[in-house]
Design a protein around this ligand. Structure first.
Ligand code: GLN
Length: 236
């Protein structure tokens, strides 16, 4: 029987609904994570974009910082934009606290005010050709440990990386569209219906989570059935 991982989305701020939708579209089961108890119920986690300083405050207020730090050592976690900043071991511009999971230095708001938001198409090793990437007040990965794999680049610089069970993107993969459908960020964000989403990055992360669950067999939910499949099987 095929298993479908339960992937949490940290739902304290940011575009967590879009990540949940993207996960559904790649047949993973999304679950909003707001408490330490929620974290125990998921096989992997996405930390969305937003404002990393606000995340830090909210994590502290909810008593989630330490449980999250523990989680990212054990289970696959994907940080996008502010989430990438939270995962990096070293943060500059300015320095700030982090979960310290990804062997990288990240510079916050690295592209300056003039071009603080941009849509760029860049090279990726994910199958299917170049990837549209939406950057919003994005950080820059400026130093990577030797075992950090680069999965996508912008003008030769890493923007999507993986180090074992940790993935990080300096852009917003929940906004990527197939075939470079839009030209500017405002137009992109005001489009409520996205009929051409590119889900390759979420699909890749779901595979990382699935593989990890299979290998460890220690997760709380290693043999999930997708709700639709469960319903079909129950009728049989
Ligand atoms: N500039 C934000 C920060 O420093 C990140 C922006 C984003 O997540 N889109 O946390």
């Amino acid at each position: 029987m095929q298993s479908f991982p339960v992937i949490g989305v940290l739902a304290l701020q940011g575009d967590y609904e879009s990540h949940a939708l993207a996960l559904e579209q790649v047949n993973a089961q999304p679950k909003m994570v707001r408490t330490a108890r929620d974290l125990e119920l998921v096989d992997g986690l996405i930390i969305p974009g937003g404002e990393s300083t606000t995340f830090l405050k909210l994590l502290e207020r909810e008593g989630l910082f330490l449980p999250l730090q523990e989680f990212v050592r054990m289970r696959p976690t994907f940080g996008t934009c502010a989430g990438c900043i939270l995962l990096a071991k070293r943060v500059t511009h300015p320095e700030q606290q982090s979960l310290g999971a990804l062997d990288a230095t990240v510079e916050r708001n690295a592209y300056g005010r003039q071009i603080d938001s941009q849509i760029v198409t860049g090279a990726t090793s994910l199958p299917g050709g170049p990837l549209e990437m939406v950057f919003i007040r994005a950080p820059r990965l400026i130093e990577l440990g030797s075992d950090v794999e680069v999965l996508a680049q912008r003008d030769g610089s890493p923007v999507l990386v993986r180090q074992k069970n940790i993935m990080a993107a300096t852009f917003h993969p929940e906004l990527s569209r197939a075939g470079g459908m839009s030209k500017n960020v405002d137009e992109h964000l005001s489009d409520s219906e996205d009929e051409h989403p590119d889900r390759r990055v979420h699909r890749y992360f779901a595979q990382v989570v699935e593989e990890h669950s299979r290998q460890t067999r220690s997760g709380p939910s290693t043999a999930h059935r997708h709700p639709a499949q469960a319903a079909t099987n129950d009728r049989e």
